[in-house]
Design a protein around this ligand. Structure first.
Ligand code: CDP
Length: 234
């Protein structure tokens, strides 16, 4: 292993829904032998528990205490990352339309964001993490050595999500595009840690590009960032 492969940095990948962040981030992590952290899955896990408990997504204090009491563990799985909450695997429950429709309301609560950011920072302490989300480069890991803002046109993002959905879900492509655009609006307009490109993030528009191409570009940037740091330390 070369020096630039054994020295580890943190990589933040932010962007709107359906831009390909999780697929790309997972590939980048695999190529660099880093740990992938899907922060959206953590907000989805809290949302699942909020919906199960019947709490209002407006109730910052109660939802915050619920979030603080949850033991959320991310584990590497064969296909995707597994999410365990209080020892139970909830992975397959996290991408339902109901969670899609509520997650941005839960994610705008200050109490929830404080708790999630704390857990996420802890995961990145040892470096060697590829973390994807909305506020990673701006808020959670402002010192990440490489920041990427990944986007694509709303139409393409909706099409990608449409193909992933169960045909039984009963939602049209047009409806899905509207829902994605609405979630982006909520994420961009919230007061705390909104979805935003960090000034020092590199922008990638993934419209019409393959996952492999985009992942490879980020891997190369990661290796270059590592080489620069090593050269500066010498
Ligand atoms: O996979 P997709 O892009 O649809 O969404 P996700 O990454 O699973 O994130 C779901 C939701 O969680 C987002 O729409 C945000 O409301 C929230 N989120 C956030 O606020 N901050 C993060 N770092 C990650 C997700």
């Amino acid at each position: 292993m070369s020096e630039s492969q054994s020295y580890r940095i943190n990589i933040a990948i932010d962007g709107p829904a359906g831009a390909g962040k999780s697929t790309v981030a997972r590939k980048v992590a695999r190529a660099l032998q880093y740990i992938y952290v899907d922060t959206g899955a953590m907000y989805r896990a809290v949302t699942l528990k909020v919906l199960e408990s019947g709490l209002s997504t407006e109730d910052d204090i109660s939802v915050g205490s619920l979030a603080n009491a949850l033991d959320i563990v991310l584990l590497p799985g064969a296909e995707s990352q597994l999410v365990h909450v209080n020892g139970v695997d909830v992975t397959t429950q996290l991408r339902s339309l109901e969670i899609n429709r509520n997650v941005s309301y839960v994610a705008r609560l200050g109490s929830v964001r404080t708790r999630m950011a704390e857990l996420q920072r802890r995961m990145a302490l040892e470096k060697g993490v590829v973390m994807d989300g909305r506020d990673i480069g701006t808020h959670v890991l402002p010192d990440a050595e490489l920041k990427v803002f990944l986007t694509a046109t709303p139409k393409e993002r909706a099409q990608r999500r449409f193909l992933e959905l169960d045909p039984e879900a009963g939602i049209t492509l047009d409806q899905l595009e509207k829902e994605i655009t609405e979630r982006d609006r909520l994420d961009q307009e919230r007061e705390i840690a909104p979805l935003l490109q960090a000034p020092d993030a590199r922008l990638i528009d993934s419209t019409g590009r393959t996952v492999d191409e985009v992942a490879e570009e980020i891997v190369q940037w990661g290796l270059a960032a590592t080489r620069t740091i090593l050269a500066e330390e010498k």
